[in-house]
Design a protein around this ligand. Sequence first.
Ligand SMILES: [Zn+2]
Length: 365
Amino acid sequence: MGVSHQRRLLRRPHSAGRDRRSFRWAGGPCVSPARVSGRGWYRHERLRRVGGDGGRLDRAALDALRPPDGAALQLAYTIAGDTASGALTLPDGTRYPLVGVRFDSAAASLIAPTFVPVSGSQPPVVMLRLDDTPGTDRDFLQRLKARGLTAEVAVPTRLVGRGNNLTWSELGQWRAKGMGIVMHSRFHLKSSANAQHLIAEIVGGFAEMRAHGFATNVFVQPGTWGDSIYFDAPQKLATWRGALLRTFATVSECYAYGPLLTRSAISPLGIGHVTISDGASDARIRQYWDVAQRPNHATVILVHTLRLRAKDRLDWFLNLVATAQANGTVRVVANSQDLFAASPPPREPPDSVGDSGIQIQPQTP
Ligand SMILES: [Zn+2]
């Protein structure tokens, strides 16, 4: 169905009309305009809904908004289900595609708190990450625990408990043992995803985490996402999609920044990772580890436990990490926010860890 009808309205004072429901654009309940990148973003406005019958699945509206300078902005949209899509057009003709998804008003409380990364020199910090909650995580988590190590577990909310996957109850038990539990979309689809899908997977995923008692503001991007939601460059975050992430996440573990850079060269909203499963050789893993131990580095080390050739495949590496942790040469955290947090008082700096000059290519998913 196309545009079924259009009306043209002048924006009225807020007291006009009984229908006070508002649409908030580009990301569901309330994307903070301050977090939207780019120029010319129109400030949040309460819009009078056109039609008002609330029962049509497909309709259109066209509002003319008059900001104080008198210039008119045009907003046109169609609604299908709970999603509005359309465009805001500036007086100069610049057109901004928009999408809005209606969520329960409780979603507004999912907005991430302000997160201030610590800058300056820091001892090296690493984080092991287990993705997707496969049943093979059970054995690996025991191997971590046996060594006094912790990890971040990235959870696709709708896959928890499915088949042999970890259950919410197990996740609670592992959290009690120090593991971090974070959000990894809802369905982990192989998708290039339209706007509605992205919003539902981000906001919906955070809402479901909280509903299960695992409130978090950390998002891990599924490697199965493509095109405009495959966040493999900082520029891809300078969009409304990035604004969505900035609104709801303190840290987005994506692919936008190389995984082995200094902390000052990466952003919490796009930190990458290295993968030490999926056939990575011992030599490659040792290269990663060499860089990760350098001062002022913050490194995410991903393990797909499902793709380990043998359960004990990485025991040697876990022993290295545990030894470094015990010696205080590396700090191991279980939540990616802590990669950017202040360190405890420094211990003696390692004297054997220096710049080896090894060049390592960026990781692909
Ligand atoms: Zn995944």
